[in-house]
Ligand binder design. Sequence first.
Ligand code: ADP
Ligand code: ADP
Length: 223
Amino acid sequence: VAAIETQGLSKTYDNGRGCQNVTITVGKGEAFGFLGPNGAGKSTFVKMLVGLISPTSGSASLMGQRIGTLEAKSLIGYLPELYRYQEWLTGQEVVKLHARLSRVESSSIERRVREVLEEVGIGIRSRDKVKHYSKGMQQRLGLACALVADPAIVFLDEPSSAMDPIGRSEVRSILKRLKDQGKTIFLNSHLLEDVEMLCDRMALLNNGVILRHGSVSEVLHKR
Ligand code: ADP
Ligand code: ADP
């Protein structure tokens, strides 16, 4: 069974925008890139897969579980675009909160939180308040939250947008490591370099529809 499978998945907002008729399959352990300019419909698509908004039509499943169900949601880690963290808390407290919300077993929360903060390179700053974190650190904190429950599939919405080059390369190397660990990754990005460096296959989205999809080299070099 595929990690992600969608059949004609569509969401049309009242204004007619959204994303239309998306059919893709992502295998387990694969990194899939969704490339398109701002407003293409990337966030809309991912919000349907993680169960935040309902499709207008079509269907989709994660590891064979219908999207929107608890079973599907339990498989997911999600890094939203430009998420605002509770900035009066410390990094450690934010991740702990997420661990509780995503039902990490209480006896292993302390260890798991420490582990994942280490993994994203916030270890030594984890007792500082989030309001003192740079954008890059906040994004890595978001990654820690997305990963704390050790999800099978990770959805990343523009993980390196609005970031300086150093922050970007930090986030990229974490994503590479995730891939090497065998996680299934779904990456939304408007940056070609993000998709090229991480993904096996990709789709090119514009105005809510897929223009091309296939292996990264097929899509990018066959014009
Ligand atoms: P992307 O993530 O690729 O930037 P989005 O999925 O955020 O694209 O948006 C796709 C289109 O749908 C855009 O034109 C956006 O303005 C519109 N849109 C997004 N959310 C809503 C909403 N809640 N209501 C109406 N239109 C929306
Ligand atoms: P993105 O950064 O993913 O393109 P936006 O910045 O366009 O998303 O949208 C931020 C929030 O506003 C999202 O929750 C989106 O659903 C909502 N939104 C976007 N466009 C519209 C719109 N035209 N009408 C109403 N809500 C919108």
